[in-house]
Ligand binder design. Structure first.
Ligand code: F0G
Length: 461
């Protein structure tokens, strides 16, 4: 199927959109003075994971669990049923997940990586190969911890930060077919991450999901979705894919799930929850194995590491995340920031993805070599210049596998206004003026696939 011409279909900006909520509860924030920011950064070993959140003005570290809940979610929370077994809140959660995914078997987990751990420990015994458009870092680490090999097969357009292609999250179908042939018998499932967080939050087209599903089925291998941002992915299909504009995101999501045998979900993203996750499956046999493991590491299958009130809030949030007005505002806000940054001359990965703007630090700071972590240097500069916290997605996070030196500005859901994002644009303008003066960093401590969480650095002079 022909992909859409993106230039004609960029989401919400041309038509404008109306913000579909007003603010009821406020949380004070402030910008610490420049000297204090310098001092705190040094104390944190130039790793912003080590900073106290109250020392940050605009926190774009992640969109995970950082969203604002709606009044309907807070109301549901008050009605949470904390029964150990068979709680009413679990019933509501189960009904919602079954309705959205069409999958009968559902296990709640405390977050996405717990779903990964439970699922993969029931599927893998060592030596397997698991292809994906790109695994998220915890998925990769969980697969590796069980002695299997995660393989990323992004489409060729993904590696070009400028290519005007609407679905850069797609999987490389030829590469998948070749791998399925070559590794016959060693591939227990194929995965697709919706949207593709590792590749700039890029969406996967319905055509690509259908093709991956068909290829997997032809080889007798189940397709498992990483559905953390499935609603944003459904919105991009609605907005960008030919023939899909009339279908609401909920209906598109339902078709997407119908193409898979199961899914793993971090509900801290498109569940609009501050905590939570789940596994949903079509196979009763696999469900029973996962359920046994879940009881061991998470809890009884009707709460799975969550309070009843969390399940109740998620039952509402999962539905709200699929509303068209919400998604248009959400994705439109990310697009607004990406466009503004591009207008002031900041190289951003294009087109913008669903949950974050990815700045190309390699191009903004070409004088800093990869070994000196240009992305992390930009992350530090953002804090010093504007009290902004972002995260490196480059040589520090991905090691030798990094193709680009990106910095992710993840936008929490329903939290910041355009004024907040204007401050981010202003801060970038000030950094750009002095970009040539920025220096890289020397890694002092931190190793392994999750080193970015614990690394410490010294600035190079
Ligand atoms: N899958 C994807 C695509 C993710 O982005 C994440 C988390 C997970 C799985 C794991 O879920 O955090 O609930 O255990 N991503 C966060 C981020 C941490 O900042 O992108 P979790």
């Amino acid at each position: 199927m022909q992909e859409a011409n993106l230039a004609l279909r960029l989401v919400a900006m041309e038509s404008g959109w109306l913000k579909p909520f007003k603010i009821k509860v406020v949380e004070p924030i402030s910008l610490p003075p420049p000297n204090r920011r310098r001092e705190l950064l040094e104390k944190a070993g130039y790793n912003l994971f080590n900073l106290d959140a109250q020392e940050i003005y605009i926190d774009l570290l992640t969109d995970s669990g950082t969203g604002a809940m709606s009044q309907a979610q807070w109301a549901a929370l008050m009605e949470g049923d904390e029964a150990y077994a068979g709680s009413r809140s679990f019933r509501q959660f189960l009904k919602t997940v079954q309705e959205i995914t069409g999958m009968p078997y559902v296990l709640p987990t405390h977050q996405g990586r717990a779903a990964e751990h439970v699922f993969f420990s029931c599927l893998l015994s060592g030596g397997e190969v698991i292809p994906s458009n790109a695994h998220f870092d915890t998925t990769r680490a969980n697969i590796q911890a069980l002695g299997a090999t995660p393989v990323d097969l992004p489409c060729p357009e993904a590696t070009d930060p400028e290519a005007d292609f609407p679905f850069k999250g797609n999987m490389d179908l030829a590469a998948l077919e070749a791998l399925l042939e070559r590794e016959k018998g060693r591939i227990p499932c194929v995965m697709l991450t919706l949207t593709n967080n590792t590749w700039a939050g890029q969406p996967v087209s319905l055509a690509n999901i259908r093709a991956v599903s068909e290829l997997a089925r032809a080889h007798g291998v189940p397709l498992i979705l990483d559905a953390a941002r499935h609603a944003e992915n459904a919105y991009f299909i609605h907005a960008r894919e030919p023939g899909q504009a009339k279908r609401p995101p909920r209906e598109i999501a339902r078709e997407v799930f119908s193409l898979a045998a199961g899914c793993l979900m971090s509900a801290k993203k498109d569940g609009l929850g501050n905590i939570g996750g789940f596994i949903a499956l079509r196979s009763g046999e696999l469900y029973e194995r996962c359920r046994e493991r879940l009881i061991l590491v998470e809890g009884f299958p009707t709460y799975g590491g969550l309070a009843g009130r969390d399940l109740a809030a998620l039952a509402v949030g999962l539905q709200e995340a699929l509303e068209l007005e919400y998604l248009r505002d959400r994705v439109g806000q990310v697009e607004w920031l990406a466009r503004r940054l591009r207008e002031v001359g900041i190289p951003v990965y294009w087109p913008p993805g669903g949950h974050a703007v990815y700045v190309d630090a390699g191009r903004l700071l070409p004088h800093i070599p990869r070994e000196a972590f240009p992305g992390q240097a930009l992350v530090c500069a953002l804090y010093l210049a504007g009290g902004i916290r972002a995260v490196e997605v480059g040589s520090l996070m991905l090691g030798q596998g990094a193709k680009l030196e990106l910095v992710r500005l993840a936008i929490p859901r329903r939290v910041y206004t355009r004024e907040h994002l204007e401050w981010v644009v202003d801060t970038f303008c000030r950094i750009k003026e002095r970009a040539a003066e920025l220096r890289g960093l020397r890694l002092l401590a931190g190793e392994g696939p999750l080193r970015h969480f614990v690394a410490r650095f010294a600035p190079l002079h």
